[in-house]
Design a protein around this ligand. Structure first.
Ligand SMILES: NC(=O)c1ccc[n+]([C@@H]2O[C@H](COP(=O)([O-])OP(=O)(O)OC[C@H]3O[C@@H](n4cnc5c(N)ncnc54)[C@H](O)[C@@H]3O)[C@@H](O)[C@H]2O)c1
Length: 457
């Protein structure tokens, strides 16, 4: 099916999700206005600069801004008045023990106020991750009060986003499914025009709160797979002589995890979540799991598995540091190289990254930290400012020089490829801590290094 005409879309909040959504929808032929309160973001986009690090985004952004199919502004009202759909992509951070919905409420209020002066039908779609009932209560009520219109006179939808940072453009352009929760058929039909015929993925039609729950269920499941693997890793560590990596590799060769198609193993990506490491981070898993636990508990059901997912994740970096401290005797005055600050490779996002907990603990214990990341140091400096105790560098050789230990926290490929001989030559004590179980223990030991890995004693 061909697109008959592009939809005029307002994106409210041009951060990671908003920018990727806006750029990709513009590339698909829609007319997109990206709104953000942050003027710096607005100006950079209009000057063809990409405010975030995301592979493939700069090229696409340039293309859609130059062609005129995407503009950025801080004028939400004008954009709402001249568009057909507003997609809310503002942040939903952790609040007081739960989710902070204040940005959602503010944007709904601003959109509703503009809708008061608009006679044409307009759909408001929440794409931010919000706890069930947010769209059909908070957002609906705020829109109703501020626009003076009844639901139905305006459309309402909830369209969760599943993109992964680092692969955001690819994920958005080639989605596995498009979930559209809708207030009514007219809202669903309007939202379908944004996607139908443009993306090779099934459109799943559900109600608003089911759409919200789908996103949380997906994130909580993936986070739980990680914590489950880390829990098994800890069991392996209690005993010795059991390698979590061998365990999980064998477990996931089960055809239910790893079917064969035409004789070849599929090895689904979900299996990557069944690997032990120093824990998950990022802007989504920790806060979304926390929000789900707090939402459910407030509703009267305490979710014990999901609660433990978080607890195990908080303990995981500390367990690894505890083992390293035992080997070193003390962290005081030891030089520790930390390889990787971003919560995963191919992003500059450090939000909730395990590196924060690791560096904070090392500094508390008076270690001298040399932290390396190809792109994320600037963001980390805003959380842990450089000082005499922590030095940031992009050159891992500077970090390794004379170090007492090195901890691999983010599996950037350039760190995985460091030849074992470099650890040996550069470090005072070539003790390599593999926080992601991605290094080759045998070649490190053969070269004369010591190896400490999660889930292996
Ligand atoms: N980052 C991800 O990988 C990811 C993936 C899927 C879903 N999500 C969800 O998407 C939502 C957005 O996440 P993000 O990482 O893009 O957040 P972000 O913090 O990167 O971006 C939010 C943007 O909204 C802007 N903003 C806030 N209030 C505004 C308003 N009233 N008007 C205009 N602009 C406003 C902020 O200035 C900021 O630029 C969250 O709910 C998140 O959970 C994120």
């Amino acid at each position: 099916m061909e697109l008959l005409h592009g939809v005029k879309i307002t994106i409210v909040g041009t951060g990671y999700v908003g920018l990727v959504t806006g750029v990709c929808l513009a590339a698909k032929g829609h007319q997109v206005t990206c709104v953000d309160k942050n003027l710096d973001i607005v100006e950079r986009i209009n000057q063809l600069q990409t405010p975030i690090y995301e592979p493939g985004l700069p090229e696409l952004l340039r293309q859609v801004v130059v062609s005129g199919s995407l503009v950025a502004t801080n004028d939400l009202r004008s954009s709402v008045l001249t568009s057909e759909v507003s997609i809310i992509t503002v942040g939903t951070p952790s609040g007081d023990g739960g989710i902070d919905l204040s940005y959602i409420e503010d944007s709904a209020r601003e959109i509703g106020t503009a809708l008061r002066d608009k006679s044409d039908y307009h759909i408001v779609c929440v794409k931010s991750t919000v706890v069930p009932t947010t769209t059909d209560t908070l957002v609906k009520n705020v829109l109703k009060a501020t626009s003076g219109k009844d639901p139905g006179e305006f459309g309402l939808a909830m369209n969760p986003e599943f993109l992964r940072e680092g692969k955001a453009v690819e994920d958005f352009m080639y989605p596995d499914r498009i979930v559209i929760g809708a207030l009514d058929n007219k809202s669903f039909a309007g939202m379908s025009k944004v996607y139908e015929g443009l993306f090779d993925a099934p459109i799943i039609k559900v109600n608003l709160r089911t759409a919200e729950m789908i996103k949380y269920t997906a994130n909580a499941l993936l986070a739980t797979l990680i914590s489950y693997s880390n829990e098994v890793a800890s069991i392996c560590e209690t005993t010795g002589g059991i390698d979590i990596k061998e365990v999980m590799t064998a477990v996931t060769l089960d055809k239910r995890f790893n079917p064969k198609i035409e004789g070849l193993l599929v090895n689904p990506e979900a299996n990557q979540y069944l690997q032990a490491g120093c824990g998950f981070g990022g802007s989504c898993f920790p806060k979304d799991v926390m929000a789900l636990v707090s939402f459910s508990t407030a509703k009267g059901y305490r979710p014990r598995i999901i609660e433990s997912t978080l607890r195990i994740n908080v303990e995981q970096p500390q367990r690894l540091l505890g083992r390293l401290e035992q080997l070193l005797g003390t962290f005081a005055n030891k030089k520790i190289a930390v390889l990787g600050l971003a919560f995963k490779p191919e992003t500059d996002d450090v939000r909730e990254s395990p590196s924060i907990a690791i560096i904070t603990s090392l500094l508390e214990k008076k270690a001298k930290v040399f932290a390396v990341d190809p792109v994320a140091a600037a963001n980390m400096k805003a959380i842990i400012p450089p000082s005499d105790s922590i030095i940031y560098t992009t050159d891992y050789r500077i970090a390794l020089h004379d170090a007492d230990a090195v901890i691999l926290v983010t599996s950037w490929s350039q760190f995985i490829k460091i030849p074992p001989e470099e650890y040996l030559c550069l470090m005072k004590n070539p003790l390599v801590v593999d926080g992601r179980r991605v290094l080759d223990k045998a070649s490190l030991e053969m070269a004369g290094c010591s190896y400490l890995g999660v889930g292996l004693v």
